[in-house]
Design a protein around this ligand. Structure first.
Ligand SMILES: Cc1ncc(COP(=O)(O)O)c(C=O)c1O
Length: 335
C-alpha cells in the first residue's frame, strides 16, 4: 500500500463495532470486567486504550515495526528506552544531539551507573573506535539537531549488532514518511511526536517503535505499563487525525526548505547553510540512499551573533518559538 494511503486509513481504518470511520475517543480510565477473571481485552487506560492502540498500530505499520508505544512526550519515550540499560553499560550518543536528550543522559541516567559517551556518528569508523566491551547501545539522530549531519544507519546497525548492542534512531526530523530506520537495521526508533507527526503545535507526544524482537518488546512493555507515561485518549485521537496528512505536509515542508536553502545560499550575510538536500552537503549521497526526502529543517550561519539576534526580532511569518514541524517555528532551541 502507498504510504500516504496507509497514513490516511491507519491500521484499522474504521471501528468494527459501530462502523465509525473516525476512531472513537475512548475517554475512559477503566473498563468494566464481564466477570471474575474475565476481560474485554481492555482493563485500564494506562496500559491499553483503544484510541491509543489504533494510533500505536498505525505508527508501527508506517515504520515497518512490530510494536509501538505512545507516550505523553518525546522525552518520556526516550526516558523509557534508556531504562533498557543497566549499571555498567556504556552508550554511545551522536555528539550533535537534541539538548533535552543530552540533559537526560548527562544529569539523570548517568546517576544510575550508565556511562554515556559522545562521538561524531557521521563517522562510522570513529564510532567503531569508541566501542567498548560494555557498549550496549548507540543512540543517533540523523539528520542531527542542529548541524544536520547524516549518520549511516546500516553501518551503525552492523557495528552495534557485532557487539550485542542496539541501535536507536531518533527519527523526529524526517518522520516515517521520509525514513524508516527499522528497515535499514535499527532496533528501536523514537520520536518526539510533538513535531512532524503532530504538525499543528497542539499536542505533546512521543513514540517508541520496535522491530520484532521479544528481548526488546517484553522489557519495554513492562516499563510502559509500570511507569505510566502513556498518551491520553484525546491526544491520541488528535495524533491519528494529524497522521492522515503527514505525507502531504512533510513533502511540502521539504520543498519549502529546499527553496529557502537555495535562497539563503545567495545571501551575502549567510556564511554557511546546512541542509541535506543541497548537493554540496557532505551527507548528500548517504541521505539519498537511506531516506526518500530531506525534511523541513535546516540551519545556517550568518556573519555575526548580533546579526542572528537581530534577524530573530524581524521574523514575520516564522514565529520565534520552541519546537518544529508545525506552523512557523524557525529554530529548535534547547529547552
Ligand atoms: C530530535 C528531538 N528528539 C526528542 C525531542 C523531545 O520531544 P518532546 O519535546 O516531545 O518531549 C525533541 C524535542 O524538541 C527533538 O527535537
Amino acid at each position: 500500500m502507498e504510504k500516504t494511503t496507509l497514513q490516511v486509513h491507519g491500521h484499522q481504518g474504521y471501528e468494527e463495532r459501530t462502523g465509525a470511520i473516525s476512531q472513537p475517543i475512548y475517554q475512559t480510565a477503566t473498563f468494566r470486567h464481564p466477570g471474575f477473571q474475565q476481560s474485554t481485552g481492555y482493563d485500564y487506560s494506562r496500559v491499553l486504550n483503544p484510541t491509543r492502540e489504533e494510533l500505536e498500530k498505525t505508527l508501527a505499520l508506517l515504520d515497518g515495526g512490530r510494536r509501538c508505544w505512545a507516550f505523553s512526550s518525546g522525552m518520556a519515550a526516550i526516558g523509557a528506552l534508556l531504562k533498557l540499560f543497566v549499571p555498567g553499560d556504556h552508550v554511545l550518543l551522536s555528539e550533535d544531539l537534541y539538548g533535552g536528550t543530552a540533559r537526560l543522559c548527562n544529569q539523570v541516567y548517568s546517576r544510575y551507573g550508565i556511562t554515556f559517551e559522545y562521538v561524531d556518528t557521521a563517522e562510522a569508523e570513529l564510532v567503531r573506535q569508541h566501542i567498548r566491551p560494555e557498549t550496549r547501545g548507540i543512540f543517533i539522530e540523523t539528520p542531527s539537531n542542529p548541524m544536520m549531519k547524516i549518520s549511516d544507519i546500516r553501518s551503525l546497525a552492523a557495528l552495534a549488532h557485532a557487539q550485542h548492542a542496539i541501535l536507536i534512531v531518533d527519527n523526529t526530523f524526517l518522520s516515517p514518511h521520509f525514513q524508516q530506520p527499522l528497515t535499514l537495521g535499527a532496533d528501536l526508533v523514537v520520536y518526539s511526536g510533538t513535531k512532524y507527526l503532530c504538525g499543528h503545535n497542539d499536542v505533546v507526544a512521543g513514540f517508541i517503535v520496535s522491530r520484532d524482537l521479544p528481548a526488546l518488546i517484553e522489557p519495554l512493555d513492562l516499563i510502559y505499563k509500570s511507569e505510566g507515561a502513556s498518551l491520553g485518549p484525546f491526544d491520541s485521537w488528535l495524533m491519528l487525525r494529524s497522521i492522515k496528512t503527514l505525507g502531504l505536509r512533510v513533502e511540502r515542508q521539504a520543498a519549502n526548505a529546499l527553496e529557502i536553502a537555495h535562497w539563503l545560499q545567495r545571501q551575502p550575510a549567510v556564511t554557511q547553510v546546512y541542509y541535506p538536500g543541497l548537493p554540496g552537503h557532505p551527507g548528500f549521497a548517504l541521505q539519498h540512499r537511506q531516506a526518500t526526502g530531506d525534511g523541513g529543517m535546516l540551519s545556517f550561519k550568518v556573519t555575526s551573533a548580533a546579526l542572528a539576534q537581530a534577524m530573530l526580532g524581524r521574523l514575520q511569518l516564522i514565529y520565534f518559538a520552541e519546537s518544529l514541524g508545525g506552523r512557523g517555528n524557525p529554530a529548535h532551541l534547547s529547552h
